[in-house]
Design a protein around this ligand. Structure first.
Ligand SMILES: Cc1cc2nc3c(=O)[nH]c(=O)nc-3n(C[C@H](O)[C@H](O)[C@H](O)COP(=O)(O)OP(=O)(O)OC[C@H]3O[C@@H](n4cnc5c(N)ncnc54)[C@H](O)[C@@H]3O)c2cc1C
Length: 411
């Protein structure tokens, strides 16, 4: 199964987010000559989502600032962009798509870049729960973040924490509840998560871990009574949920493609159908660098997989997958992470876990770095990514001395 299409063939890209835009443009850069059609159900040209919970929420960036590409770039690459129309169904045998306006579109090669959608909180219709995924969500929420507004953020993941930071910056009273006993339990070391918890508490967030929502009712004055596990209640003006994302893989699943919490793809982003590739948040990939099947939700992964999928479609050799990485901005702090450490790695600290200065956490297996998480230590992050890409063997004797550059540890 090659996944390649005739260079004169028609490629349709479903989902006009970061991965879709990059994939469509990359096809041209790689020499595809046939028609390229990018279809997205949002009304906007492709935009970047990371600023939604950062600069856009704080009123520091507009729709224009966050575009993936200038609109002229699509025209220049002869990519036809159709916005505000979804793809309803996929017929892999007939190689056609049916759109929500009933148009039928045929393809020689198809790329699925449908991303994900926020997981919903199971609360009644009586109460508005804000989510943060689309531009409109960020614009609406920004207007609510006012001095004295009472905000309850549900979920201590990256998006929840960034919303909390934006709320504090706007002068709101912020409470954040997290069901797990600590923040970022799935993705971050206890040391780093503990530091972030201190940062948020110092800024005034009422942070409650090990606490979930039991129910919520709207009062006649518009405020919401939220009952929490443990028997307490908070009264708030607005609720925001940041409780994770689910992949938009239903189009593929209904068409009979292999799906398991994401469209299953190989290292070349090929799905189980020879004419279809998938990339970005919707895809679960056999990852070349990690050596296992993962679904990643990051800007870097979406960009890299988009280029890989485009290479596969034109029959070029894709660049091997690099070290996955991610970042989050909270207040003036930058958290950067690379690799996806598995349990059983040795964990080393550079800096004082109790704070308040910069801190790096290194994850090591067999004298090789397999993960890094840094808070305000960008040099460690850059050096660690390089060492991880090289799978360099390290002399770890001085690894915990923050004055010793990581590059000096190479054997
Ligand atoms: C608030 C927020 C903050 C983030 N912060 C960071 C960060 O700091 N760092 C980082 O690395 N990553 C961050 N991310 C994650 C990053 O933005 C995503 O990994 C990235 O956007 C994935 O790109 P994508 O193109 O795969 O999916 P998406 O950006 O989700 O785009 C998919 C598009 O496809 C459309 N679509 C879906 N189904 C259909 C259909 N049937 N027909 C037509 N169109 C369809 C969707 O509406 C959407 O427009 C953040 C995400 C969010 C939401």
């Amino acid at each position: 199964m090659s996944g390649a299409v005739d260079l004169e063939g028609r490629v349709v890209v479903v989902g006009a987010g970061l991965a879709g835009a990059e994939l469509a443009i990359s096809l041209r850069q790689l020499g595809h000559r046939g028609p390229v059609l990018l279809i997205g159900d949002e009304p906007h040209a492709p935009y970047q989502r990371p600023p939604l919970s950062k600069a856009v929420l704080q009123g520091k960036a507009s729709e224009h600032d966050i575009r993936v590409r200038a609109e002229a770039a699509y025209a220049k690459a002869a990519v036809d962009v159709v916005l505000g129309v979804g793809v309803r169904s996929l017929d892999p045998l007939g190689q056609t798509l049916t759109l929500t306006d009933d148009t039928v579109v045929s393809y020689d090669g198809l790329a699925l870049t449908t991303g994900g959608r926020p997981r919903r909180l199971p609360l009644g219709d009586d109460v508005d729960v804000h989510e943060l995924y689309r531009l409109e969500d960020a614009v609406r929420l920004r207007q609510l973040l006012r001095p004295g507004a009472r905000l309850l953020v549900v979920g201590g993941g990256f998006i929840g924490l960034e919303v909390a930071a934006a709320g504090i910056a706007a002068g709101a009273d912020v409470t954040l509840v997290e069901l797990q006993e600590r923040l970022l339990a799935r993705s971050c070391s206890p040391a780093l998560a503990g530091r972030l918890a201190s940062v948020h508490r110092e800024r005034g967030v009422d942070l409650r871990c090990g606490v979930g929502i039991v129910g919520a009712t709207r009062r006649s004055d518009g405020a919401v009574d939220v009952s929490l596990s443990g028997g307490t209640t908070v009264v708030v003006d607005h609720l925001v949920a940041g409780v994770g994302q689910v992949p938009n893989d239903q189009l593929a699943a209904e068409a009979g493609l292999a799906v398991a919490d994401g469209v299953l793809v190989d290292e070349g982003c090929r799905t189980s159908d020879p004419h279809v590739v998938a990339a970005g948040d919707c895809a679960r990939q056999q990852h070349g660098w990690l050596g296992r099947l993962v679904r990643l939700e990051s800007q870097q992964n979406a960009t890299e997989q988009a280029r890989t999928a485009a290479a596969t479609l034109v029959g070029a050799d894709p660049t091997p997958a690099g070290v996955p990485w991610f970042w989050s901005d909270q207040y003036e702090h930058k958290l950067q992470m690379a690799g996806v450490p598995e349990p059983g790695c040795q964990e080393l600290h550079r800096g004082e876990p109790a704070g308040p200065g910069p801190l790096s956490v290194l994850y090591v297996r067999d004298d090789t770095l397999v993960g890094v998480q840094t808070l305000d230590r960008p040099r460690d992050f850059v050096a660690a990514r390089k060492l991880m890409a090289q799978r360099a063997r390290l002399d770890l004797g001085r690894a915990c001395d923050p004055e010793v550059p990581l590059g000096d540890l190479v054997r």
